[in-house]
Design a protein around this ligand. Structure first.
Ligand SMILES: [Mn+2]
Length: 358
């Protein structure tokens, strides 16, 4: 991810930071390919190699895996804040960028108290912007995570049975994805059936699958740190006319939104397409969340495909399109794919079929 590091260094310079302190472990992983399980601080300078400060217990791992930063060991008897202070003072840093989106309030107060010579400057947006546009290696990892999720989905369909609980189905899904190489689930696998499908954020419960249930299956995998996220909705048994009608409407909204994506469009316009289609049948009021979100090292990141989003769709961004209709007493239907925006439009990275029938 070296290209991204030098792009970031340019941004630091343009924004007149003398250095940037990265404390979010996901961002550290993004820039130097080292995933800490405790803490790691990456100090990036505009014109020299970055320094990675890691605890003693992760030092060997960092030394072996990081080629693009100088590794500094923080031994057990040293306070992290003291170690940071020594480095920053030594480099005569005064204006320091930091991630206001993820740094804890406690760390911010303790750190600024310790390092009174620093002027702190917010910089989360700089990293968010970089992470939003994916390079080919990132796209391949997301594609792989999507393929694993598809196996999770077909496992859900194959193991669906009357009397089984939602959690039992979720367990089989997660086991299948792990066997395919998924490192973790980026969020709790959702099997939400019957009345519970009308809960837009319903997780998996002890409810048993019943004939006639609408079942929302929403799952994701992780591959080399990169996430996937997909949703399909099926009926266990024969769907009713109303279930078919709502399904067709949501599917139409989903397809049209994907067709509507192109470079330079405002994210809000895409959500509008969906809402117009759902409005015609009176379902818009039941679409109670935003249309989509970026996917990468985090399962929710920029761009935000939402009503109040300022984001403009850019080439090589990866995001979900997931309209959903949730009618209390009837149930819910959501269809979600991960797409990659190219010059030729949005291409689905999620390949599973769309069918309400199992
Ligand atoms: Mn999603």
């Amino acid at each position: 991810m070296n290209g991204k590091l030098s792009e970031f260094q340019k941004k630091i310079e343009e924004n007149e930071f003398s250095a940037f302190l990265i404390s979010n472990v996901t961002n550290v992983y993004y820039f130097v390919n080292f995933l800490s399980h405790s803490y790691a601080y990456l100090i990036v300078y505009p014109d020299e190699s970055p320094m990675l400060l890691v605890p003693e217990l992760e030092y060997e791992d960092a030394l072996n895996s990081v080629k693009t930063a100088e590794i500094v060991k923080i031994d057990r008897n040293t306070e992290v804040l003291d170690a940071l202070k020594v480095v920053l003072e030594d480099k005569q840093i005064n204006e320091l960028g930091f991630e206001e989106d993820s740094m804890t309030v406690k760390f911010y107060f303790d750190f600024t108290e310790k390092c009174e010579f620093l002027q702190m400057k917010k910089g989360s947006a700089l990293i968010e912007e970089l992470r939003m546009t994916k390079i080919p290696q990132e796209i391949e990892k997301i594609r792989k995570a999507c393929q694993i999720a598809e196996i999770g989905f077909s496992t859900a369909i194959n193991s669906m049975d009357e009397g089984k609980t939602e959690i039992e189905i979720a367990a089989e899904v997660e086991y299948a994805m792990r066997k395919e190489g998924s490192e973790a689930t980026p969020f709790d696998t959702i099997i939400a059936s019957g009345y519970r499908s009308a809960y837009p954020h319903g997780t998996s419960s002890h409810k048993k699958i019943e004939r006639g249930d609408l079942i929302i299956i929403d799952l994701g995998a992780k591959y080399e740190g990169y996430c996937s996220d997909m949703t399909r909705t099926v009926v266990f048994g024969e769907p009713t006319q109303k279930q078919l009608d709502v399904y067709r409407n949501v599917l139409k909204a989903h397809h049209e939104a994907i067709k509507g994506c192109s470079i330079g469009k405002k994210a809000v316009e895409i959500e509008e397409i969906t809402r117009e289609i759902l409005s015609k049948e009176g379902y818009n009021e039941y679409f109670v969340h935003s249309l989509g979100h970026g996917v990468g090292l985090d399962v929710h990141e920029a761009p935000h495909i939402a009503k109040n989003s300022q984001d403009i769709l850019q080439e090589n961004t990866v995001f979900t399109i997931e309209p959903g209709v949730y009618i209390p007493g009837f149930g819910g239907i959501r269809i979600e794919d991960v797409v990659l925006l190219t010059k030729q439009g949005a291409k689905c990275l999620t390949k599973a079929d769309y069918s309400i029938k199992m």
